[in-house]
Write a protein that binds this ligand. Structure first.
Ligand SMILES: Cc1ncc(COP(=O)(O)O)c(C=O)c1O
Length: 593
């Protein structure tokens, strides 16, 4: 096998190098000559151009994604050449959709759309029974409520495969779950329950990363005890009668776990984002948000009244360009400097399986004197040697993240969210956040579940069980991802991400895959448009520490069979060994300003 040596570099931070040649990687961190946004404009032209990137090697740029692995074994030296930002390999790949698959996928949607219009026509003339909501005769002069494209899509495309979603489960979401059997006699418009329970379905869909979602063991014992002592509900907000000793204890523990000065907890992860972002920024502020950020971040950003600009997913050139433009041009019309610039990112992106390029984001936020809000919903507990999340994963300092947000719904098997950071920040949020002031606080047994699982991860229960769970998750993730790649699937994301998207592409395969897997007693989550780009439908697996190797091997064996049946092995790079390869090969041409 030929050995090609490619010297790549990280993108986005403005250190200069020619394609394939690394030059002066030691750009001092935060060496930009910008003023704080509030204090005036800087001198951006003294820096290399953010858009002066070029393509090198075998990859083509697509939102910062690579085109796929080379045919030859390739040794890529990138870690040492990124200004020392990355202390560990960062292996993330997004193989490009094969052309034929893309064409067939569009054709599939085209055929479905044509049939959809035909059936709508038949429904209109009462030739086919109409099950969907539509305007009555006397309403026909109003602006239609039900007849836009989304409803067309729901009626004619989603309805065909609706049985793949919302299937009720009737057990803890552990490594295996029990599901209620249901049938539809009218092509998925309605469902009836047979009363039968499908037992021990292998659960590849829940966010139970560390396996703490259990109805046995120390967390359950502790939660049950607290339930007896405190009851289930608090019936008040934190500012009124809803501030329990357990809340105080939990917040101290969370702050210690994160390595920050203080933390505040909330009853819901979603509202932690949507209600706290408006407390942090407002009119005259700028939010720079990753295009794939979660709906709760998007809602929070919109509610805040700040100006929102979107950068391409995990793409540091795109982020830097927005930052630079924001400093150069200031606010629209008035040209005043922005009051604050807040960057919103997630630790692990739950549809892509990608990990935020945190070292680069932090360097950029320092360089341009902006603030960073990090949502660790999926990464807390799931990344880092001791489960402290993406900050630990990259060996960074928690103080470099201004707002550390996360949820307890995933790795801790509980509910709620938190924000951690400096004491002034948390004190401010205690009195200004709507979810602190107006929402009922966390329930005591839920808090106990979090307290017990968090102490367990920290080893404060006197065992090594938590640490072993973190390690087990990392091993399971790597094993599962490696085997899938070897089998020839196109898998998105980072090799350390327990979120594993397996590409299905064609609309017909979404439903078929979910059904075939369930026939084999494996529960999976399938995702299509509008949650993904139209041609990038996928199955999204969540690996858990609760999965044994035996369970993963069963899943892999069945997957192999289903893949042959449905022709899912799209990758053109089978059996390429795992490589220490960069995310893309973009380099900066030397530029003179
Ligand atoms: C990135 C991200 N943030 C916030 C949330 C909302 O959290 P919760 O489901 O705990 O309300 C989610 C939910 O999945 C998420 O993925």
């Amino acid at each position: 096998m030929t050995r090609t040596r490619v010297i790549g570099s990280r993108v986005g931070l403005g250190f200069r190098c020619r394609a394939g040649v690394v030059a002066d990687p030691k750009r001092p961190e935060g060496a930009g000559r910008m003023e704080r946004p509030e204090q005036g404009l800087g001198e951006p032209d003294s820096h290399p151009r953010a858009n002066g990137c070029s393509l090198t090697g075998y990859g083509a740029l697509r939102n910062g994604y690579v085109r796929g692995l080379p045919e030859t074994e390739t040794e890529i030296h990138h870690i040492a050449h990124n200004g020392g930002l990355y202390k560990r390999p960062f292996n993330e790949a997004f193989e490009e959709t094969p052309m034929l698959v893309a064409v067939l996928t569009y054709v599939g949607y085209g055929v479905l759309t044509l049939f959809g219009y035909l059936r709508d026509f038949l429904r209109q003339w009462k030739i086919e029974k109409c099950n969907h909501a539509s305007e009555r005769e006397e309403q026909k002069d109003f602006v239609p409520l039900y007849q836009d494209f989304e409803n067309f899509y729901t009626r004619n495309l989603y309805m065909r495969i609706r049985d793949s979603w919302n299937r009720p489960i009737c057990s803890v979401p552990g490594a295996k779950v029990d599901m209620m059997e249901r049938l539809s006699h009218d092509y998925n418009w309605t469902f009836t329950y047979t009363g039968r329970v499908i037992k021990d379905v292998i659960n590849m869909g829940s966010y139970n990363y560390l396996g703490f979602a259990q109805n046995t063991g120390i967390c359950k014992e502790a939660a049950a005890k607290v339930l007896t002592q405190y009851g289930a509900g608090v019936c008040s907000t934190r500012q009124e009668m809803g501030n329990l000793d357990k809340h105080e204890e939990l917040e101290k523990l969370v702050a210690r776990f994160l390595g920050v000065e203080a933390a505040m907890t909330y009853g819901m992860g979603f509202s932690t984002n949507s209600m706290n972002i408006p407390a942090l920024v407002g009119k005259g502020c700028l939010i720079l948000s990753d295009e794939l950020n979660h709906a709760s971040l998007v809602l929070g950003a919109r509610l805040s009244g700040a100006t929102i600009r979107i950068f391409k997913h995990n793409n540091m050139q795109s982020l830097e360009k927005l930052l630079r433009d924001a400093i150069v041009h200031g606010q629209p019309r008035t040209r005043r400097p922005w009051k604050k610039i807040l960057i919103l990112v997630e630790g692990i992106y739950s549809m892509e399986g990608s990990i935020v390029r945190l070292p680069e984001v932090i360097a950029l936020k320092k360089k341009y004197k902006s603030y960073l809000y990090l949502d660790e919903a999926h990464s807390i507990g799931a990344l880092g040697l001791t489960g402290r999340g993406v900050v630990e994963y990259f060996g960074l300092n928690p103080e470099d993240v201004d707002v550390m947000m996360g949820t307890f719904t995933k790795s801790f098997g509980a509910a709620g969210g938190y924000i951690g950071g400096k004491k002034e920040l948390i004190d401010y949020l205690r009195t200004h956040s709507h979810s602190a002031v107006y929402a009922t606080s966390l329930s005591p047994p839920v808090m106990e579940q979090i307290l017990t699982s968090m102490k367990c991860i920290m080893g404060e229960d006197g065992t090594t069980f938590g640490k072993e769970c973190v390690q087990q998750l990392a091993e399971n993730t790597r094993y599962f991802r490696r085997r899938l790649k070897e089998m020839g699937f196109i898998i998105y994301g980072n090799e350390d991400s327990p979120v594993v998207p397996l590409m299905l592409y064609m609309p017909a395969k979404i439903g078929a895959f979910g059904r075939e897997m369930l026939k084999r007693n494996i529960g999976v989550v399938v995702v299509g448009f509008p949650a993904t780009p139209i041609i990038e439908s996928r199955a999204r697996f969540c690996v858990s520490a609760a999965h044994t190797k035996e369970i993963l091997d069963i899943v892999l064996k069945e997957l192999d069979e289903v893949a042959d049946l449905l022709q899912l092995k799209y990758s053109r790079h089978r059996l390429v060994p795992l490589l220490d390869r960069p995310f893309d090969e973009t380099t900066y041409e030397e530029t003179e300003d």
